[in-house]
Design a binder for this molecule. Structure first.
Ligand SMILES: C[S@@+](CC[C@H](N)C(=O)[O-])C[C@H]1O[C@@H](n2cnc3c(N)ncnc32)[C@H](O)[C@@H]1O
Length: 205
């Protein structure tokens, strides 16, 4: 069973994610918000080309990359800043999915060149960076800077005219839109779910 943080803001620390994953069994997995089976129709619509080069930002031990791979998306590159997560995921997949890449990397500082990807996906990662004490209506400058850095980096590595950044969150537009608008890009927001709504932000470059 996953350890829960004593304070919500621990979700925003690398130490929490390493510790949580160290304590889990090697084959433990957890998908935040929604699983691939629930997202598949939307993903298939937004990523019609199965050969798209996709970067998974803050992959965690989610099954999203694996299940997308099973669905034909073989070109997925995963990054997470937790070395424990990256090592476990690499070991788990190296036999069956030898071409799937796992990199210990911070989404605020991607070590990839410009315009190398067609799609960037964030499911819950920016949310982890947004957990802090303080006023959600008026977040601390560090949170604003961290979120903007992630989005700047995601847009930098996406191809112009073709790239799409998909961000799935529980965060309502009032709290998220400010991080996701840039000159030369468009933003679409979709609501997913019936009782509890998640939001899919689609930034096209
Ligand atoms: C809420 S979990 C989401 C995991 C997965 N995307 C999913 O959908 O289940 C957040 C993940 O983002 C990672 N993370 C948080 N901040 C990060 C950062 N700045 N750079 C890279 N990974 C980060 C954490 O280590 C954790 O694995």
């Amino acid at each position: 069973m996953s350890i829960l943080p004593t304070k919500n803001e621990e979700y925003g620390t690398k130490g929490y994610w390493c510790e949580r994953t160290s304590r889990e069994s090697n084959d433990a997995d957890f998908d935040w918000f929604k699983s691939y089976s629930e997202l598949a129709p939307t993903i298939q619509e937004l990523i019609p080309d199965r050969t798209s080069r996709i970067i998974m930002l803050g992959c965690g031990n989610s099954k999203l990359s694996e299940e997308m791979w099973e669905d034909g998306y073989k070109n997925v590159i995963n990054v997470d800043y937790s070395s424990v997560i990256v090592e476990k995921m690499r070991q788990r997949h190296e036999i069956q999915r030898p071409n799937m890449e796992w990199h210990e990397m911070d989404v605020r500082d991607l070590r990839f060149g410009d315009e190398m990807f067609d799609v960037a996906i964030d499911k819950g990662t920016m949310d982890a960076m947004m957990t802090s004490e303080g006023d959600v209506w008026d977040p601390p400058q560090k949170i604003i800077d961290d979120c903007n850095k992630e989005v700047d980096e995601a847009l930098r590595v996406l191809r112009k005219g073709k790239g799409v950044f998909l961000y799935l969150t529980f965060g309502q537009p009032h709290f998220r839109r400010r991080f996701l608008t840039r000159p030369g890009t468009t933003l679409e927001v979709r609501e997913l779910g019936e009782a509890f709504h998640y939001y899919l932000y689609i930034v096209r470059k």
